[in-house]
Ligand binder design. Structure first.
Ligand code: DCP
Length: 120
């Protein structure tokens, strides 16, 4: 009870990509999932995510003060953003896993670890 399924423990961007493709195909929504439409949907969901934090002031890491329902809502909006991002990447022909790993490498080159330590 309340345990994680295998799928939850091994979720990948590729799995999410496949599930979004299946979701769209089953509803004949491929025609709506153009890059521009998906980008606008993504931005809309980022707005909904921002609303959750709006006017609250700074919140502690882990959100210790938040009710379970608020955290559940947060999880839903974070997921909407992720799912539209995955679908947008797919519809643009971008391999997001590969692109993200490459970007992390580029970030490390741009910001070398020994030069980024806060000075005392
Ligand atoms: N044309 C669509 C519409 C929805 N979705 C999927 C992706 C998102 O995960 C979620 C978004 O659904 P809603 O537009 O209903 O947005 P919310 O779930 O945020 O509902 P609401 O805006 O009422 O809070 O559904 C999709 O793939 N393609």
């Amino acid at each position: 009870m309340g345990g994680r399924t295998e799928e939850e423990g091994s979720v990948s961007l590729e799995l999410l990509r496949l599930k979004m493709a299946e979701f769209a195909e089953e509803r004949n929504w491929d025609r709506f999932h153009s890059p521009r439409n998906l980008l606008l949907a993504l931005v809309g969901e980022v707005g909904e995510l921002s609303e959750i934090f709006q006017w609250k002031g700074e919140v502690g890491k882990g959100l210790p003060e938040w009710a379970e329902e608020e955290k559940e809502h947060l999880g839903e909006e974070l997921s909407d953003v992720l799912l539209y991002l995955v679908r947008l990447s797919d519809m643009c022909g971008v391999d997001l896993s590969k692109a993200a790993l490459r970007k992390i490498q580029l970030n490390a080159l741009k910001y070398p670890a020994n030069k980024s330590k806060p000075s005392s």
